[in-house]
Design a protein around this ligand. Structure first.
Ligand code: COA
Length: 267
């Protein structure tokens, strides 16, 4: 991993709560926040995964874990109260818990569609709603993790497209409602990020991977650090006038025509 471009101690003493923090992009953000000096609580459903992730984070600084399902409001309210009791008011909230599996619309049950809607949309709402009373206002910052599916319709992703569009509208609505209290709310929209469960499910095999890389203007997958650096920017004092933004970090994947020209040329 390359060196962070941010100064040491950027988040010294800040308190952060991250859902879906046991793995992938969210764990990458947690690691960057811990290294920057924050007290980080990660949340997940699987206790074993959570404990292993916390252990790894503690090698770099202050970290704890709390198991709860983002779909259960009371469980999230308790998890957030526990974080406040442990570390004080919360400066940073990252809502990253998400569900995904590739399936055609007629290949998923109503319950399968509901699962992803509930994890992504209801889970983000529950976490934000329950966190608001614990946020250090003004100065607190919320990041919701979105996806290109929020605005790029994709086959096999009806549930995720609907859910992430909902997450982004939550971001923009809460940015309006909470701006007066001094709380900023933004989305990060990660493109294809290497070594994540999402990409293992959506781009399995070297062939798909190479084709996808060939279609990306920047010619490579993103890294967890690419996303973590953007998260550090968003929660830092460099971004105090940024709210309601959907910050795309995707190597140009979502640009109109991205990859089409290369494919037409047979490259
Ligand atoms: N195709 C079709 N349906 C699927 C499926 C698939 N690949 N995987 C799960 N489902 C269905 C289940 O069959 C079930 O529907 P049913 O009750 O009608 O049979 C429904 O989804 C819920 O599954 P369940 O096992 O009860 O688990 P859950 O509600 O806790 O969550 C997932 C299921 C798949 C949404 C969740 O475990 C998940 O997304 N895990 C991966 C996390 C991930 O990759 N995160 C990164 C996101 S980019």
């Amino acid at each position: 991993m390359t060196q962070s471009v941010f100064r040491d101690g950027l988040l010294a003493g800040k308190v952060a709560f991250i859902t879906g923090g046991s793995s992938g992009i969210n764990l990458g953000i947690a690691e960057a926040f811990v290294k920057a000096g924050a007290h980080v609580t990660i949340n997940g459903r699987n206790v074993e995964k959570l404990e292993a992730a916390v252990k790894g984070l503690q090698a770099h600084g202050s970290a704890r874990g709390v198991a709860a399902d983002v779909r259960q409001y009371d469980a999230m309210a308790q998890a957030l109260q526990g974080t406040r009791d442990a570390h004080g008011e919360i400066d940073i909230l990252v809502c990253g818990a998400a569900g995904n599996f590739p399936a055609p619309a007629v290949g998923m049950s109503s319950n399968a569609f509901r699962s992803v809607m509930e994890i992504d949309v209801l889970g983000t709402f529950n976490t934000c709603r329950a966190a608001f009373e614990h946020l250090r206002k003004p100065g607190a910052s919320v990041i919701n993790i979105s996806a290109p599916q929020a605005y790029l319709p994709m086959a096999l992703q009806a549930h995720v497209c609907a859910a992430k569009a909902g997450v982004d509208m939550l971001t923009r609505t809460l940015a309006i409602e909470w701006g007066g209290a001094g709380v900023r709310v933004n989305s990060i929209v990660p493109g294809p990020i290497d070594d994540t469960e999402g990409m293992r499910r959506l781009a399995p095999g070297d062939d798909v991977r190479e084709k996808l890389i060939g279609s990306l203007p920047l010619g490579r997958f993103g890294t967890k650090q690419d996303i973590a650096q953007l998260a550090l920017f968003l929660v830092s004092d460099a971004a105090t006038y940024v709210t309601g933004s959907l910050m795309v970090c995707d190597g140009g994947q979502s640009l109109l025509g991205s990859g089409l020209m290369l494919r037409a040329m047979g490259v």
